[in-house]
Design a protein around this ligand. Structure first.
Ligand code: NAP
Length: 230
């Protein structure tokens, strides 16, 4: 069966690595990135794999962008809400704990996946093997000892909560939805000292995504498929 995947924020980091992993597994991938994004690596992936990479512009905080992209897409099975930002990394006095940055973090990490899922729900509903994956973070777990990154943590806790609500609403139509921590990954967000390469994270995520079914819906997982506390 030909399974179509869609990834938001696919132009770099974990999103790009997951797109490459899908292509190396003979899948078709629909890649979304912002108009302002550097999409060079995605265009090169598209050129090297004719007919297997579709590329559309969408900022996940702009619902009309997502609806516009959705109108161009017919078939979709697996939706991966990956786009995310960090905002302030420090403690309460971090100067980036200010209105504009807090609002960007919440709009991108919380409203972004919500708008994305709504925009592509019609296509997902038509799939014989639908799945929705939200790339969250263990930093959003309520059981943590961290004393920094206030709004990033809060945003990932909030999207995990929204995932639970979606799982309840989507249960009658049998669409599974999960949140996944991708590991600590060497990207612009994760930094150079992170333990996993983007390829290692993407390869584990891909294997886990294959196994997701309705029994997993509403839960939070590590990239290796083990369960995490919400
Ligand atoms: N790296 C880690 O260790 C780690 C750990 C836990 C969770 N995560 C999560 O994993 C996901 C990917 O992170 P990453 O490490 O790959 O980060 P990254 O390298 O900073 O990449 C972030 C991606 O999100 C896109 N993005 C940001 N805001 C967007 C918006 N409003 N609309 C559309 N795209 C947007 C970026 O596009 P531009 O190029 O246009 O900015 C970029 O493609 C995030 O949700 C993050 O919270 C990462």
């Amino acid at each position: 069966m030909n399974i179509n995947y869609l990834i938001t924020g696919a132009n770099r980091g974990i999103g790009l690595a997951l797109a490459e992993e899908l292509i190396s597994n003979d899948k078709k991938v629909i890649c979304l990135c912002r108009e302002s994004s550097d999409s060079g690596k995605l265009i090169s992936l598209q050129t090297k794999n004719p007919g297997r990479v579709e590329l559309y512009e969408a900022d996940v905080t702009v619902e009309n962008d997502l609806i516009g992209a959705s109108k161009k897409i017919e078939n979709l099975d697996v939706l991966v809400c990956n786009a995310g930002i960090m905002g302030a990394r420090g403690g309460m006095m971090d100067e980036n704990n200010k209105y504009s940055i807090i609002s960007d973090v919440l709009m991108t990490n919380v409203a972004g996946p919500f708008f994305t899922i709504r925009a592509f729900l019609d296509q997902i509903k038509q799939s014989k093997n639908p799945k929705i994956i939200i790339i969250s973070s263990h930093m959003g777990s309520q059981k943590h000892s961290g004393s920094e990154s206030y709004f990033y943590r809060a945003s990932k806790a909030a999207i995990n909560n929204i995932m639970t609500t979606f799982s309840n609403e989507l249960k009658p139509i049998e669409i599974p939805i999960v949140s996944v921590h991708p590991g600590w990954v060497r990207t612009e967000m994760g930094g150079n000292f992170a333990t996993l390469s983007t390829q290692e994270s993407a390869s584990s995520l891909y294997k886990f995504i294959q196994k997701i079914d309705m029994a997993d819906s509403g839960h939070f997982y590590n990239y290796d498929g083990s369960k995490l506390e919400l």
